[in-house]
Design a protein around this ligand. Structure first.
Ligand code: C5P
Length: 236
């Protein structure tokens, strides 16, 4: 498989076509952004840590029956993925109240959310990722009721698998964001699951172990990402 032209550049990843129309190459860059792109930096090595963790998590999910776009690792920070027809939804599962729902609704930070709360945003920089509801998703033609049911069920399954996995490593999965696509008529997990897209707290100390360290200047981002990657990739 040969890398061909650049298809898409996101805030932290670039996607390339290959000579196989069914396969894309995804490069995790060292760029990091927050607050709708207002805060931006480049942190050497960040892309590799995120690629390593996301790859590990996608393989783990595949082993547990979740269909993902992941195909193989090419080199550090670079993976081959299936070419999905992406659905522009940011599907967020929340186990503990934190971040934007504490700012927007009367939740206390750290309040457990049981059952978990699913929040779905419209992935659109032009519209600043507004929150959707089921009717808006159908009216905008983004997904059918059957697809949305499947997306929500998959999101909850992934949440359970990941929460249990991280809990054994002393990490609380506070919330995380997923993106899905269509492949041969099926809903498949795409994009990444990494320290950029999960909110993780140390179970003992409550310390942030994710992009909040960057967003709110809570410490050394690369030290945190290196430490979390090691914890996630190691046996409990
Ligand atoms: O900012 P908010 O609290 O809504 O974020 C919820 C979760 O979704 C966080 O883990 C955050 O990292 C993730 N997220 C993301 N990409 C976005 C918005 C949120 O990965 N565009």
């Amino acid at each position: 498989m040969k890398q061909a032209d650049l298809l898409y550049t996101g805030k932290a990843k670039s996607v390339y076509r290959t000579d196989d129309p069914d396969v894309y190459i995804m490069k995790f860059r060292d760029d990091i952004t927050a607050f709708d792109g207002e805060k931006k930096d480049t942190l050497s090595g960040k892309g590799r840590y995120n690629a390593e963790v996301s790859t590990f998590i996608f393989r783990y999910l595949e082993e547990h029956g979740v269909k993902t776009h992941y195909l193989e690792s090419i080199e550090p920070g670079v993976i081959a993925v299936r070419n999905l027809e992406m659905i522009p939804l940011e599907v967020i599962v929340r186990n503990v109240a934190a971040g934007s729902i504490v700012r927007k609704y009367p939740f206390r930070e750290g309040e457990p959310l049981d059952p978990p709360v699913i929040v779905i945003d419209y992935k659109s920089d032009a519209h600043h990722d507004p929150m959707l509801n089921d009717d808006l998703i159908y009216a905008l033609g983004l997904a059918t009721p059957e697809e949305l049911d499947q997306i929500k069920a998959m999101a909850l399954t992934i949440n359970e698998l990941l929460s249990d996995y991280l809990d054994l490593r002393g990490i609380t999965l506070v919330d995380f964001k997923m993106e899905f696509g269509r492949y041969n008529g099926e809903i498949v997990l795409g994009d990444e699951i990494s320290m950029d897209s999960m909110r993780l707290w140390d179970k003992e100390t409550g310390t942030s172990l994710d992009k909040d360290v960057y967003r709110y200047n809570k410490g050394d981002v690369m030290e945190t990402y290196a430490d979390v990657a090691k914890r996630i990739l190691s046996p409990p």
